[in-house]
Ligand binder design. Structure first.
Ligand SMILES: Nc1ncnc2c1ncn2[C@@H]1O[C@H](COP(=O)(O)OP(=O)(O)OP(=O)(O)O)[C@@H](O)[C@H]1O
Length: 346
């Protein structure tokens, strides 16, 4: 089946590598679609298979089973000019930038155009345009050693865009950057996605990267996708334990230390509940209603409201009397909120 509206598809994809005395399975039964025009992020721990999955998209690795397509073209079986055509449609950026030290900014960005046989006269104009696009105007004649990490990644992005790809692959592109620089590079990726309509597939081990720019996401563990969907939905209703673990670091609210230190897994004590507010319910005065409708008064232990895309997303940590906990949670869930019992405090 060929999915429509997909920039990239993985269909029952598997990849094994030979290993002394047998095989190691890096990926198993991956079925995932990267919607055209989306920024799709894949998160997983080290060794989960992220890089292998990304390398399938430009044909650096070939599937052992299943298929990977770019704009409907099968990458795994493509050779010669067909493979070269796919690769022109797929740009890639790297954690450590992979720039040539002996070439200036201009020279690095020109490289893929030279390889593609673009006439010299055209290369100059195209490179100028790319340098403008990534905001490197004043640095065109500098060498990589004279640039900051963020500037190097801008060169990497310009180089990846040189041949006018439909898809941009990002391999931990911000992992070597400080938080502030990370933000500016993520903003640039979002802008490129918006302005040029380039679909982005990125891999990361940081949930914050997905929160900030990914419209869609998937969680990969031990070579399998354990959860996938629109980023907002997954943040609001994570289903898999691995997803929840990744989320606990970013969905702001953490328990105050004095509460965390006393938290127990079993009763007795007040029930400590994480309430996730999503979408239109984000600003509803649900705690007030808990008091007026059910007569349950909740203690507020912590909370945050942030935005995913442009939609509000909140986390509130509360405690309620143990014997009213189930009732309170049922009420909140009935009103479209997600709840999770974190434990009990006396
Ligand atoms: N060329 C190879 N030969 C043998 N095994 C490999 C090869 N490439 C990857 N693997 C194995 O496949 C699994 C997935 O590796 P991969 O690099 O894709 O993970 P990752 O999620 O990108 O991790 P990291 O973030 O550490 O790069 C690992 O067990 C790895 O050892």
């Amino acid at each position: 089946m060929r999915m429509t509206g997909a920039a990239i598809t993985f269909e029952g994809l598997g990849k094994s590598f030979p290993k002394a005395g047998g095989q190691v399975t890096a990926l198993a039964d991956i079925t995932l679609s990267v919607p055209e025009g989306s920024i799709t992020g894949i998160i997983g721990r080290s060794g989960a298979g992220k890089s292998t999955l990304l390398r399938m998209v430009n044909g650096l690795e070939r599937p052992t089973t299943g298929r990977v397509t770019v704009s409907g073209r099968d990458v795994g079986t493509a050779t010669g000019s067909a493979l070269r055509a796919i690769r022109r449609d797929v740009g890639m950026i790297f954690q450590h930038f992979n720039l040539l030290a002996s070439r200036t900014v201009r020279g690095n960005i020109a490289l893929p155009l030279e390889v593609a046989g673009t006439p010299r006269g055209q290369i100059r104009a195209r490179v100028d345009q790319l340098i403008e696009q990534v905001g490197l105007g004043a640095l065109a004649d500098r060498y990589p050693a004279e640039l900051s990490g963020g500037q190097k990644q801008r060169v990497g992005i310009a180089r990846a865009l040189a041949t006018g790809p439909k898809v941009l692959l990002s391999d931990e592109a911000t992992s070597a950057l400080d938080p502030e620089t990370t933000q500016t590079v993520l903003d640039l990726l979002a802008q490129i996605n918006r302005d040029l309509g380039v679909s982005v597939l990125l891999i990361t081990h940081e949930m914050a990267v997905l929160r900030d720019i990914a419209s869609h996401m998937a969680v990969i563990e031990a070579g399998r996708i354990v959860e996938a969907g629109p980023t907002y939905d997954i943040f609001a209703r994570p289903e898999h334990a691995t997803t929840r673990r990744f989320l606990s670091g970013v969905t702001g609210a953490t328990l105050p230390a004095f509460v965390a230190a006393r938290l127990q897994t079993d009763p007795p004590g007040d029930q400590v509940i994480r309430v996730t507010f999503a979408g239109t319910h984000a600003t509803d005065p649900m705690l007030a209603r808990l008091a007026t409708d059910l007569g349950i008064s909740a203690n507020i232990l912590g909370g945050t409201i942030e935005e995913i895309g442009t939609r509000p997303f909140g986390n509130l940590l509360i405690s309620v009397p143990q014997d009213r906990g189930d009732q309170a949670r049922a009420f909140l869930e009935q009103h479209g909120l997600t709840t999770e019992v974190l434990g009990h405090v006396r």
